[in-house]
Design a binder for this molecule. Structure first.
Ligand code: KIV
Ligand code: ZN
Length: 525
């Protein structure tokens, strides 16, 4: 990698924890955000947008916790153009050696008239005031004219000029609604380069949404036209159709280096583990044919392709699986595999566990190996992702018995152990085994819920693969997600459900009302 300040170096600004987390169903708990932030720093992203501190006290705390860990990348927080937001961002990010305040205001006619009800000059005034205030607190200030791609070009140039004069060090051009197309975006960047006097003194950035499936293509068009920062998210998570996918845009720049003549600082061998981490935490499973990190991205099934591959990999492969951190051997472990082999595999899969975490995961591995002959990478990932959360009671699942028969209601009996050692056993009927088991859990814990979604995913291959279940349930009118894993899918569902119920009971115990905490929780075999 050449000199960081080189004009060919693209900065990767990751917004998984802000724009990604904002997507419905993608919210994360504080500890999950810390894990993602650590993984992003190991991936070597340049900037982590850790959240929107003014959005809620929880958001503020998580941005602050990430900044205080000082993982290495610049830590950034988002603010509207007002003093309270800017002060909050500064208070949250200042613990990081390198921090940034990112202020934004919408500039398109549609937003000016219908959302902000502000005139063009009022918007410029508010942006300039906010940037100046942010610059008094911090040397590194980014400005975004929201919905830039639908803003009149001459007005956009005026806004960007004013932002630079006010002290913005990065100006980001968002395609907020995923409306633009590559050729048009190329023209927009060229227009700004021609019409904004001091544009070469700042870093020009791009931020694309994927509504028309062109977020990566549009981001590449922007860097072709001079942008030197790309805003993106792991697995492309984000509102609606998501944001520009980090792994796709980074691998496009690397694989087509001879075309772009550009480079990023990303350690691409961390892409796959980071993608798995984010998909496990958010419960957003990837389509099998997802570029770069999908299950089939490097699978060659067609006979003619396999033949070519055997002659020479480059016949049908433009990237090597190892380059994105996908291990070549899906090595199988089993009952007789020792701690050493397990620890080595965990490392190869890209996880950094301390001794305590390794021991805990190894115990889960041994339990699973008693139930299942071959343990694959997916099983190990599932164990690691879920290890340690099953202990956060008050209730633990001791046993589950289910009876089903075609055309007859199912019956389930759950046996739970409370923190104080008290055991409760409840039975219930239901249309199917899941309905019966969940009803029994509701009776046993006293927590009523409405099941909104039940998603089943196989962690590896084979009939005895570990089943990962994500449930979305409503409790007291709020939506919660929980995940559980087991070789028995009804049990995995019960673990997912019980984890959400336990969270509800803990919160009720603390006398807290239900807030906006819709984050995932995990439980395992
Ligand atoms: O999509 C968008 O416009 C944004 C801005 C806040 C950068 O996320
Ligand atoms: Zn966005």
């Amino acid at each position: 990698m050449s000199d960081i300040s080189s004009e060919n170096r693209i900065r990767i600004f990751d917004t998984t924890l802000r724009d990604g987390e904002q997507a419905p169903g993608c919210s994360m708990t504080l500890s999950e955000k810390l894990r993602v932030a650590k993984a992003l720093s190991e991936l070597n992203v340049d900037i982590i947008e850790a959240g929107f501190p003014a959005a809620s006290p929880g958001d503020f705390e998580s941005v602050k916790a990430i900044a205080d860990r000082n993982f290495g990348p610049v830590i950034c927080g988002l603010a509207r153009c007002n003093a309270a937001d800017i002060e909050k961002v500064h208070a949250a990010v200042k613990g990081a050696d390198n921090h940034r305040i990112h202020v934004f205001v919408a500039t398109s006619a549609i937003h000016r008239e219908h959302k902000l009800k502000m005139a063009k000059d009022e918007i410029i005034k508010s942006a300039v005031g906010a940037i100046k205030m942010a610059r008094e607190l911090c040397d590194d200030v980014e400005f975004s004219p929201e919905d830039a791609s639908r803003t009149e070009l001459s007005y956009l140039a005026e806004v960007v000029s004013a932002a630079i004069e006010a002290g913005a060090t990065t100006v980001n051009i968002p395609d907020t609604v995923g409306y633009t197309v590559p050729a048009e975006f190329d023209q927009l960047f060229h227009y700004l380069k021609e019409h904004v006097a001091r544009i070469n003194e700042i870093t020009l950035s791009v931020h694309c949404h994927n509504d028309l499936g062109m977020a990566v293509a549009n981001s590449l068009a922007a860097i072709g036209a001079g942008a030197r920062q790309i805003e993106c998210t792991i697995n492309g998570i984000g509102e609606r159709a998501g944001n520009c996918s980090l792994e796709e845009v980074v691998m496009a720049i690397k694989t087509r280096a001879e075309f772009f003549g550009l480079e990023t600082g990303i350690d691409t061998t961390r892409l796959y583990p980071t993608s798995r981490l984010v998909s496990n935490i958010t419960g957003m499973h990837l389509p099998r044919n997802k570029a770069i990190v999908g299950e089939n991205a490097f699978a060659h099934e067609a006979g003619i392709h396999q033949h070519g591959m055997l002659q020479h990999a480059s016949t049908y492969e433009i990237m090597r699986p190892e380059d994105v951190g996908l291990s070549k051997s899906n090595l199988v472990l089993g009952k007789h595999s020792g701690r050493h082999a397990f620890r080595d595999r965990v490392k190869e899969l890209g996880f950094e566990l301390d001794d305590f975490e390794t021991n805990r995961a190894f115990q889960e591995f041994k339990k699973l190996a008693d139930k299942k002959k071959d343990i694959y990478d997916g099983d190990i990932e599932s164990i690691i992702m879920n290890a340690g959360s099953s202990s956060s009671g008050p209730w633990t699942l001791k046993s589950l018995e289910v009876q089903t028969h075609t055309d007859e209601p199912a019956t389930a009996t759950v046996q739970l152990i409370g923190e104080d050692g008290v055991e409760v056993s409840k039975s219930a009927h239901g249309d199917g085994p899941v309905a019966a088991a969940f009803q029994a859990l509701e009776t046993a814990t006293g927590v009523d819920m409405i099941l909104r979604n039940f998603e089943l995913h196989s962690a590896s291959i084979g009939e005895d693969a570990l089943g990962e279940v994500t449930v979305t349930v409503d409790i007291d009118g709020q939506s919660f997600r929980g995940r559980g894993a087991s070789v028995d899918i009804v049990e995995a569902g019960c673990r997912a459900c019980l984890e959400v119920m336990n969270r509800t009971l803990r919160r009720r115990d603390r006398g807290e009302s239900i807030g906006a905490d819709t984050a995932t929780s995990h439980a395992t075999v």
